[in-house]
Ligand binder design. Structure first.
Ligand SMILES: Cc1cc2nc3c(=O)[nH]c(=O)nc-3n(C[C@H](O)[C@H](O)[C@H](O)COP(=O)(O)OP(=O)(O)OC[C@H]3O[C@@H](n4cnc5c(N)ncnc54)[C@H](O)[C@@H]3O)c2cc1C
Length: 172
């Protein structure tokens, strides 16, 4: 294999939500960035629909990782361009204010979790990732039943917000 030579102001290892965000912020600030990714670039049309194929293509150690401890739990991690954003559900949930306050008080995060600045950041994320509530046309049977149940019981509820504005409900 030929060695690849390149140079940049920053090298980011991993292309998941963390690496991609860092790359975006750094390049927007005028820096050159190289991103390294261990896994493959997934192309929707070529993604296997069977379990073994999908796990082998996109998941670290075929999805067999687990936590250590008295009661080990499976721990899914992606290994592909986009990291876990390529396999996750696209659910976007703002940090609840009671959690924000708790983090601020217990860990002294102060400005990092300032209400106004966080709210501006959430606004930008929601705009840029085209986040919307999942439309009824894309609900599965469970969600539709849940909506009917909530309505019948007079309980508040709404479809969860996702970054899947042009989702066709094909489960890919
Ligand atoms: C099945 C699943 C569903 C989820 N659903 C949601 C959801 O609906 N909403 C939500 O907000 N969050 C969800 N999450 C969580 C969210 O996707 C993750 O928290 C987030 O993507 C983590 O980003 P990250 O950049 O920290 O790490 P990762 O996404 O894990 O990215 C790390 C990347 O680095 C690469 N890498 C690691 N080591 C090296 C190396 N040495 N060299 C090169 N590359 C390397 C990996 O291959 C990987 O691509 C879900 C997660 C999973 C697993």
């Amino acid at each position: 294999m030929n060695a690849l030579e390149d140079e940049a102001d920053f090298v980011i290892v991993g292309t998941g939500a963390g690496g991609a965000t860092a790359a975006r912020v750094l390049s927007a600030a005028g820096h050159s960035v190289v991103m390294l990714e261990e896994g493959a670039r997934l192309v929707t049309a070529d993604r296997p629909r069977d379990l073994l194929g999908a796990m082998a293509q996109a998941f670290r150690d075929m999805g067999t990782n687990a936590t250590e401890g008295a009661s080990p739990l499976p721990l899914l991690q992606a290994r592909c361009v986009g990291g876990a954003t390529a396999i996750n559900s696209g659910i976007i949930w703002r940090l609840p204010d009671d959690v924000r306050r708790d983090w601020s008080e217990r860990f002294g995060l102060g400005e990092l979790v300032d209400e106004r600045r966080l709210s501006e950041a959430f606004d930008a994320i929601e705009r840029e990732l085209e986040i919307t509530d999942t439309t009824p046309a894309l609900w599965g049977g469970n969600a539709a039943l849940m909506a009917r149940g909530a309505e019948a019981l007079g309980l508040p509820g709404k479809a969860i917000a996702r970054n899947a504005t042009r989702c066709k409900g094909a489960a890919q």
